[in-house]
Design a protein around this ligand. Structure first.
Ligand code: TMP
Length: 252
């Protein structure tokens, strides 16, 4: 069997050339890193969970007309995705104060924000993914004003979708990060949601207990990361042999 070509290896995933032009195989590793890879570990089963969870969220987004790179899951650790040109930005949407926003502005973690806030970080590990403004993005040509309008609209649609899906299983979507890529159809360029959507890239808190069900469990040494991710998967009905939580909760 011919060895496939590795296109890129990141901290949590590997990209291989796909079987057809314009496709890529995305492989989810078990590696967990935080604080720009200063903290690292291998957490058995994380890749399998994130592959399934990202499939679940991306499929739902495709179904409501939010375009994503996701085509289909191939196996436990791999999915087939559309090749795209990644815009070098991490797009963060926040509903409640937490993490770097809480630190930067001295806000209490868990405070509801007056409205969803969209932030951008420039994707550069050497610089630690610094926060940037639309001014930087336009001046350095990372994205045009039209792209930025489309990116904000995509990010807010993802926020509405994910918030609703999580609320229905008793989980608060505190914040999340997406990446966006360009695809070309003839003369036209479109932006699609790429990378992954998983508890690695979201903050998810149990609505009743406040328990963290995301990568902060690893960042802050709060217990078993796979237990937390499995709980999210179980509630969403994503794990085989696990029933979803039947009772939607709409309380605060
Ligand atoms: P932050 O509060 O640390 O800036 O994180 C905001 C959101 O972005 C949170 O849901 C975690 C996610 N995130 C990533 O997906 N990758 C990263 O490298 C960082 C720093 C955060």
């Amino acid at each position: 069997m011919a060895r496939r070509k590795k296109i890129y290896e990141g901290k949590a995933k590997i990209l291989y050339e796909g079987p057809e032009p314009g496709t890529v195989v995305q492989y989810f590793k078990d590696d967990a890193t935080a604080f720009n890879a200063q903290k690292r570990d291998v957490i058995e089963g994380k890749g399998v969970l994130n592959n399934r969870l990202s499939e679940f969220f991306m499929t739902g987004l495709n179904q409501i007309g939010v375009p994503t790179h996701f085509i289909r899951r191939l196996n436990m650790r791999e999915q087939l995705v559309r090749a795209c040109e990644i815009i070098p930005l991490e797009i963060i949407v926040r509903n409640y104060a937490a993490g770097s926003l809480a630190t930067r502005l001295g806000l209490e973690e868990g405070m509801q924000l007056p409205r969803p806030i969209v932030e951008y970080c420039y994707k550069d590990d050497k610089l630690g993914d610094p926060l940037v403004s639309e001014e930087h993005i336009a001046a350095f040509g990372w994205a045009s004003q039209q792209d930025m309008d489309d990116i904000v609209s995509l990010a807010l649609r993802v926020n509405d979708f994910l918030s609703g899906v999580m609320l229905a299983v008793g989980i608060r979507l505190v914040d999340f990060k997406i990446e966006v890529g360009r695809v070309y159809d003839g003369d036209f360029m479109r932006l699609i949601v790429a990378d992954e959507i998983s508890p690695d890239s979201c903050r998810l808190w149990d609505i009743e207990s406040g328990q963290k069900l995301d990568k902060d469990v690893f960042r802050r040494d709060l217990g078993s990361l796979t237990d937390a991710y499995s709980e999210v998967a179980r509630r969403l009905g994503v794990l085989p042999n696990a029933a979803p939580v039947a009772k939607p909760r709409l309380i605060n």
